[in-house]
Design a binder for this molecule. Sequence first.
Ligand code: NI
Ligand code: MN
Length: 225
Amino acid sequence: MKITFLGHASLSIKVSGINIIVDPFITGNPNASNINIESLKADYILITHAHQDHILDVESIAKNTGAKIISNYEIVTHYGSLGIEGHPMNHGGQWEFDFGTVKYVNAIHTSSFPDGSYGGQPGGFVIEGEHKNIYIAGDTALTFDMKLIPMQTKLDLAILPVGDNFTMGINDAIMASEFVECDKVLGYHFDTFGYIEIDHDAAKRKFYERGKDLMLLDIGESIEL
Ligand code: NI
Ligand code: MN
């Protein structure tokens, strides 16, 4: 499984030869000018919630690639009305796709479309594929619900927001990594706007002091699991 950071909360994941894009917000991110959305490959687009900083480039990527949306019922219905195919899910539901299984799990946040219309309830994803398991938390507060995840899935990587203000910050993300029982964390949702700028070295040091590894990738950088 190869995971590439596309800036903010956007990821590209390659698993079993299938390309997945998560929460694409690229053309609106001045820090991500090195990513050309036309060159992105996608068989699926996973969307955690309907906020603009998670959906901005969904339509253009879906139209370029023919990718199918995987998200909550309301978001999939919204894109369905624009002629984009999707697979609707809701909290607690799991489905086996051609690249592995996806479970839509709880997140504590909000989820409205940029025009204010209802975007369902926000979520995160637990993905099991190629014998590797990852948790993509989405925008969320720290929540006890995270403790449910390791009861069913042994995670190889937790992708957690670390930018604070709109989501968990560093201290809560450290606790979240304890809740999900995964010491290997990829941080996201930081530095894009003034409210969520973080000190990278201080953040990594805090994780390290708790015996955990926080990775903060450059935009376009990849890790292999
Ligand atoms: Ni959000
Ligand atoms: Mn966000």
